[in-house]
Design a protein around this ligand. Structure first.
Ligand code: GDP
Ligand code: CA
Length: 321
């Protein structure tokens, strides 16, 4: 950390759970000290445009532009394009608003011109008036596939948005991420981080793909950063989304302890909910510094307080190192 800067904070992020947490984190960490590394495993082409669900959820949320009720898309957006395409007989199960679609069309056109996803992401960030650094985890396509009990395999967005996240998950295929290089800046950000936060995101399909990229685990291991996560599981269930079905499918216990166990090789600290206080001792016994607070982010004030707790845990870890 240099004289005019606070600790460099890097956060690994998925979509909705991450965005809720980041609303609080941006209140306590100056934008110049903050870098987000965002999952792109959910990315897919819809209606001819390149959609990056997690990047857009995070960017729109931090810009105050998100449709908070839905948790994705832009507030007040219209849906003329998808509705018209549906009338022509196109599959239209992925609801993409008109202005949202324009953002994705911009991304598509820039990628066709040869821009990298990392550059386009930065253009969208600027256009949304944000100051922090937002990095896609990779410039390469890294689609996550879900393998089902009946032997079929579907793209993660097909599993979630089209099929309603059934419970017969057999495996999750991260082969594309495993073969991909992280985007420019990702490994450097991790290497130079003082604090590496793992947002309360889906461990399997949001954090998993970032970890799967070439060199990321090694960079985390080599980094001096205190690595602190927040549990996305409260009282044995996700707040929202299919983390329970995916964790079960992979043979993991659906609990804060299950997530801690999944992360144990590379995290130093973990923040769990008061409802899960009874699990703290076992997580501590894995060698993970554990804090117990309210983690259900109903308000920005709770998100801010949670963000402060993660930084405090990181400080105590760094102080003992
Ligand atoms: P997605 O890509 O939109 O699914 O978003 P993420 O992967 O970032 O987040 C999904 C996870 O966020 C789910 O497992 C939720 O349980 C978790 N989540 C959502 N809201 C909250 C909250 O208020 N507190 C906590 N602790 N977790 C949350
Ligand atoms: Ca996602």
């Amino acid at each position: 950390m240099s004289a005019d800067r606070g600790p460099a904070v890097v956060a690994l992020a998925g979509g909705v759970g991450a965005a809720r947490f980041l609303r609080g984190l941006v209140r306590v960490v100056p934008a110049k000290d903050l870098t987000l590394v965002v999952n792109t495993g959910d990315d897919r082409t819809f209606y001819g445009v390149h959609v990056c669900p997690d990047l857009d959820i995070v960017t729109y949320t931090l810009a105050g532009a998100i449709d908070a009720k839905k948790g994705y898309g832009l507030a007040g957006d219209s849906f003329h394009i998808v509705d018209t395409l549906a009338a022509y007989g196109h599959e239209a199960w992925f609801r993409l608003g008109d202005r949202d679609l324009a953002t994705c069309l911009h991304r598509t056109l820039r990628l066709q011109q040869g821009a990298r996803l990392v550059d386009v992401t930065d253009e969208i960030r600027q256009q949304q008036g944000l100051d922090l650094r937002i990095l896609p985890m990779s410039d390469a396509p890294c689609p996550t596939f879900v393998q089902l009990g009946d032997g079929t395999q579907v793209h993660f967005e097909e599993y979630l948005a089209r099929d309603g996240a059934p419970d017969n998950v057999a495996a999750v295929d991260l082969t594309a991420a495993e073969a991909a290089e992280p985007a420019a800046g990702v490994l450097e950000a991790i290497a130079n981080a003082d604090v590496l936060l793992v947002c309360p995101s889906n461990p399997i399909v949001s954090i998993g793909p970032i970890l799967a990229l070439r060199g990321v685990r090694e960079a985390i291991r080599a980094s001096k950063a205190a690595v602190v996560g927040v549990s996305p599981i409260i009282g044995g269930a996700p707040v929202k989304g299919p983390a329970d079905r995916l964790m079960r499918g992979l043979g993991l216990e659906v609990s804060a302890r299950g997530v801690a166990g999944f992360y144990r090789d590379w995290i130093d600290g973990f923040v769990i909910d008061r409802q899960d206080a009874a699990l703290a001792a076992e997580i501590e016994a894995m060698g993970i510094r554990t804090a117990v607070v309210d983690t259900l982010m109903k308000t920005d004030a709770i998100s801010e307080s949670l963000a402060r707790t993660t930084l405090e845990v990181a400080r105590t870890i760094a102080a003992d190192a």
